[in-house]
Design a protein. Structure first.
Length: 361
């Protein structure tokens, strides 16, 4: 019986997490239920990674990484909109904080951890600059249009866009993301395939059946819904802890982004440890692009239709830190497609600076 439960944990854990989410939404939220939700959140993250890898093994690269990125981004967008509508004008900057935190977490934290851990295990790893270069260019362009330019435009007062400017940015974001997906999956799919065979034995294992892949995809959605839902349920407790610690309100967005991005981060790190750094980078950059390319049009549409205030412009400190992030990423791309431990350490130092300056601005 014990062995059966252990072998079926990827199917059991998402369902338990969903049950606890329903309980948290309908029952008084006490300390015991809060602890259970926290444990279920971690379990749902691990289960989501497992099912994402099953689907990825069935459909192959780069479609596998696209599945997880799209699923997380779609649910994350729903979370942002629901919290914004519930919080009113006090949450006008939530989309900005979440998008900025996502870019910094992925570009520095996730990629830095992948590069460093991969280098410690394999000494040196390689990736395809033909795919990473255009992806990084698209991400830098969208991040600048969405998060930087509102500070310098003059049609609206403060770090805001006018409705017409918001419409332009939304269309531009969706267009760039759609073209990138076509570039990644159709026109130049080979640019995103690993440059050599992976050392992970799972890569060479027989692919799952269609039925198994569809079941894992359904359970992946269940796990991701549980992750985002539990993160939302736990967010009031997180906000209370942030207030009691005297930290800025933007820290809440950072914490929620960290929780939501855990499935992708774990999947990327596992790939790097298996000497599949290209898969890690596909997942990281694809997720960051999807976050902007899909979230911004949804948030802008809600803002325009409901006349909801939207703050997108970053502070000077955050702009400088994001510019440093893209500069270091560009240097990494110019390294000839090879990584080393030093690059991972630099990216993690930038990530640490982002976290520290979010708490102590």
């Amino acid at each position: 019986m014990k062995r059966t439960l252990l072998s079926h944990w990827p199917w059991i854990v998402p369902l338990i997490a969903l049950v606890l989410l329903a309980a948290a939404l309908n029952l008084p939220f006490g300390a015991l239920l809060g602890i259970a939700c926290g444990v279920a959140l971690i379990g749902a993250v691990v289960a989501a990674v497992h099912h994402a890898e099953v689907v990825a093994h069935r459909v192959g690269e780069p479609f596998g990484t696209l599945v997880l990125a799209l699923a997380v981004t779609a649910i994350e967008s729903s979370l942002i909109v629901s919290v914004m509508l519930a919080g009113g004008e006090a949450k006008a900057a939530l989309a900005r904080d979440t998008i900025y935190a996502t870019v910094m977490i992925i570009a520095n934290g996730v990629q830095g951890a992948c590069v460093l851990l991969g280098a410690l295990r394999h000494r040196e790893q390689v990736f395809r600059i033909e795919g990473v270069g255009p992806a990084l260019a698209a991400l830098a362009t969208l991040a600048t249009l969405v998060l930087v330019m509102p500070v310098f435009t003059v049609s609206a007062e403060g770090p805001h866009y006018t409705p017409s400017q918001l419409g332009f940015v939304a269309v531009s974001s969706l267009t760039v993301w759609a073209v990138f997906v076509f570039f990644q999956t159709v026109r130049h799919r080979d640019y995103f395939l690993p440059p050599h065979g992976a050392s992970d034995v799972d890569v060479h294992a027989p692919p799952p059946t269609t039925r198994q892949a569809l079941t894992s995809f359904a359970l992946l959605l269940v796990a991701l819904i549980a992750v985002v839902g539990l993160a939302k349920v736990l967010s009031p407790s997180i906000e209370s802890m942030v207030r009691n610690a005297g930290a800025p309100a933007a820290v809440v967005g950072v914490v929620i982004a960290l929780l939501v991005l855990m499935p992708e981060a774990m999947a990327a790190i596992r790939s790097a440890l298996a000497n599949r750094l290209q898969t890690s980078i596909n997942l990281a950059l694809g997720s960051a692009l999807a976050t902007i390319g899909l979230t911004v049009p949804v948030v802008v549409a809600v803002s325009i239709v409901l006349d909801f205030p939207l703050v997108l412009g970053l502070s000077g400190k955050d702009i400088a830190l994001m510019a440093l992030t893209f500069l270091v990423s560009a240097i990494a791309v110019g390294s000839g497609g090879r990584t080393s431990m030093m690059l991972g350490v630099v990216q993690l130092v930038i990530f640490a600076a982002f976290l520290f300056l979010a708490v102590v601005p």
